[in-house]
Design a protein around this ligand. Structure first.
Ligand SMILES: Cc1cc2nc3c(=O)[nH]c(=O)nc-3n(C[C@H](O)[C@H](O)[C@H](O)COP(=O)(O)O)c2cc1C
Length: 210
């Protein structure tokens, strides 16, 4: 399970981001969300109690609690996710619900903007990996994925996106039921496109830690 995860496209890209940031001198903590047992937000509203206003924390006790504590104190947050049926994975969704709500409030300032508990600018980024080639314009200009990025920008700080298209999914395509994806094309994409995406991920890591 662990070894398989390490080969996966999303994990490789996230590790490149970490490399870029570490080479820039940043302290990096890397979490593989699939290794943890956690739920999405359960609407306990503890994070929205008046007594916790100064405290950007998620109070739900499961494996994610400590990870969120780290993220809510970080100077930058990067989340990688595969695209499943046109959306982010359920793990990424659950993580974001808890992260965002712990830092968010139901307060509006005089300019009409939601007040965030995060008082510094935290750079954020999302990395998306997917099977479809870029030419398919699958996301209708990619704005379908922009909702969570909008919240990340509003609550933490500028959120950039890295899209890795046309990923190679299987080591041996001939072993799987498939006539949608061409094995040779996928081999080529892995050799030509994916290294470019890894390079972009490395640069993202350098930028976001700068
Ligand atoms: C349940 C499931 C749904 C998927 N849905 C899509 C999809 O809607 N669009 C797409 O381009 N790829 C889709 N894929 C392919 C994955 O997004 C793609 O293979 C991605 O690179 C997987 O990430 P990984 O290599 O890190 O595991 C799907 C894969 C699975 C397992």
């Amino acid at each position: 399970m662990q070894a398989q995860e390490k080969r996966a496209n999303t994990a490789q890209l996230c590790k490149k981001v970490a490399d870029g940031a570490m080479d820039n001198g940043a302290d990096v903590e890397y979490f593989d969300l699939y290794s943890y047992d956690f739920k999405g937000c359960m609407s306990c509203f503890s994070c929205h109690l008046k007594k916790n206003f100064e405290n950007p924390l998620c109070f739900w006790r499961d494996d994610l609690k400590e990870i969120l504590k780290t993220c809510l104190n970080a100077d930058a947050i990067v989340l990688g996710t595969p695209i499943y049926y046109g959306s982010i994975s359920s793990y990424a969704q659950a993580f974001l619900e808890r992260l965002l709500f712990a830092a968010d409030t139901y307060l509006i300032d005089e300019d009409g903007n939601r007040v965030s508990k995060i008082k510094k600018e935290v750079k954020t980024a999302m990395i998306y990996t997917m099977n479809v080639p870029k030419e398919m314009d699958y996301f209708n200009g990619e704005d379908q994925l922009a909702i969570m990025r909008g919240y990340l920008s509003a609550i933490f700080g500028e959120c950039e996106a890295l899209y890795a298209y046309d990923t190679k999914q299987f080591k041996q395509y001939s072993a799987y039921v498939n006539n949608m994806f061409d094995a040779e094309h996928k081999e080529e994409s892995e050799k030509i496109q994916f290294p470019k995406d890894l390079e972009k991920a490395y640069k993202l890591g350098q930028r976001i830690s700068g």
